[in-house]
Design a protein around this ligand. Sequence first.
Ligand code: GLN
Length: 309
Amino acid sequence: MRELDRIVKEIADEMRRRTDRGEVATYIPELACADQQAFGLAVVDTDGHIAAAGDSDTPFSIQSISKVFTLTLALGKVGDRLWQRVGREPSGSPFNSIVQLEFERGKPRNPFINAGAIAVTDTILSGHQPREVLGELLRFIQFLADDTSITIDEAVAASEQRTGFRNIALANYMKAFGVIENPADFTLGVYFHHCAIAMSCRQLAMAARFLAHSGRNPDTGLSVVSPERARRINAIMLMCGHYDGSGEFAYRVGLPGKSGVGGGILAIAPAKASIAVWSPGLDASGNSRLGRIALEMLTQRLGWSIFGV
Ligand code: GLN
């Protein structure tokens, strides 16, 4: 058994036994159905070897992790012009904060807080129908993961569409500043649906391999984005991927990462591996509690932090 397989299995076994699992998100009613006991971990290394343990094949709601893929598409579409609409500084605020948006005159701090992600979604929507954009995004993710079975969980999307009042407020507020170009309900419809994409840890780790390999798919050698763009997406993940918990994540795990309120975390060990972990219980910042702890163990045991051992 490879060392990586052994460590991944050990961590999953340790996580299974823990009782301090955090709280499952309930503000999107459908997410409250998640099994708090679930835990999955998958690591795809440079050889394409997948070390996986626990519920690593169970699809879960990727929620804000989808923002990594929408950011990639938006940068492909408009390049650096994106930064006129959205900043790239850490926010130090909760993911759904409204107050910061007023201070900054409708320009969201970064593409991963909800306001910023809604602005990014609006960018990829312009010139298209919502259905076309969702199809394009889903096909992009399926292509990256080499798996056409990945779908959108319509029940989760509908649940957020019914209850996403804060996001509706954020979109309308940005619309007042001209930051949103399309009808706000179209942009929100696409946003709620891409947050509702369901993927397993294995699928997610596969889909993000290009970020660990300077923008290339290591299997085919094909370029997904340029090396500079991959580096920059990783930088934004490191600084902003866990909202007001980003400093703590960098301190403890030391990898670019993106969390979602479904309890998933995607983490990138540059030139080493693409990693996905899932445990639905969240901490106070809305990040997976055991997911973060498992990643801390993994990087420590393998010496994978970008800051050294
Ligand atoms: N769809 C969720 C929301 O907008 C995503 C938040 C998250 O995963 N942090 O509230």
